[in-house]
Design a protein around this ligand. Structure first.
Ligand code: MF3
Ligand code: CO
Length: 249
């Protein structure tokens, strides 16, 4: 069942999204060679608590950290760790903020120092793919229109879209209906309606889209060892189109 949200509920999620966006903007300033994802995770805990919010991922299905920190060939759900980031790495920081019971979810990939031209291309394409998906999230369209726009664009740039992890409805819990794949066919899937709130979060690989799971049971990485990037926003559907609740401006 897809739960539609009232304007008041969307307003509450927007406040949560504003805190999340502000947190990402601080992280952007911190990312450089030598810093660790452990330090970033500690910073997020502190930032959220100073803003009266809590990290919803911590404790979710036994997950132990405020953030997911996925480095290079890690696709998603990497653990924050003490090893420093190196020049040329990319790292995706993903978090869910809870502010007064309203949630917002946003992941962002960051370049560490100077990255290669190919890596920069991956980051640009993945971010553009997110915004192309969002532009399809209008009432009357279908969920498949979002995935189709993302997939055709990503593949036209020579990259692949991960199939094993998808966007999702979000509200008082992290994962609700609808499922939002980042691939698919136009005109297919659930009709997009005013009041829906969901994430769009394409994971894009330089090589093949296949994933493999680490022994920790959480972290997914590319089978071929190529880099993977991700950008995620939480969006609300209004009669006039999507509002991005986690926009960083
Ligand atoms: N933020 C993730 C998503 O986009 C949820 C991660 S669940 C966790 O779906 F437990 F790994 F944190
Ligand atoms: Co997320």
């Amino acid at each position: 069942m897809i739960v539609l949200k009232s304007a008041r509920e969307i307003e509450a999620m927007k406040k949560s999204g504003e805190i999340l966006a502000a947190c990402h903007k601080e992280i952007a300033k911190m990312i450089k060679p030598g810093i660790s994802t452990w330090e970033i995770d500690q910073f997020v805990e502190q930032f959220l608590s100073q803003n009266g919010a809590t990290p919803e991922q911590k404790g979710y299905k036994g997950y132990e950290y405020a953030t997911c920190a996925s480095i290079n060939d890690e696709i998603c759900h990497g653990f924050p760790r003490k090893e420093p980031l190196n020049e040329g790495d990319i790292v995706t920081v993903d978090m869910v903020v809870n502010y007064n019971g309203a949630l917002a979810d946003s992941a962002w990939s960051y370049a560490v120092g100077k990255v290669s031209e190919e890596t920069d291309h991956l980051l640009r394409v993945t971010k553009e793919a997110l915004y192309r998906g969002i532009s399809q999230a209008v009432p009357g369209n279908r969920i498949g229109d979002i995935g189709h726009a993302i997939q055709t664009y990503v593949e036209s740039e020579g990259f692949s879209v991960v199939r094993d992890f998808i966007g999702h409805g979000i509200g008082s819990v992290i994962h609700e209906k609808p499922d939002v794949p980042h691939y698919g066919l136009p005109g297919k899937g659930a009709r997009i309606k005013e009041g829906m709130v969901f994430t769009i979060e394409p994971m894009v690989n330089i090589g093949m889209f296949y994933t493999k799971m680490d022994l920790n049971g959480w972290t997914a990485r590319t089978v071929d060892g190529t880099l993977s990037a991700q950008y995620e926003h939480t969006i609300a559907i209004t009669k006039d189109g999507p509002i991005i609740l986690t926009e960083q401006e």
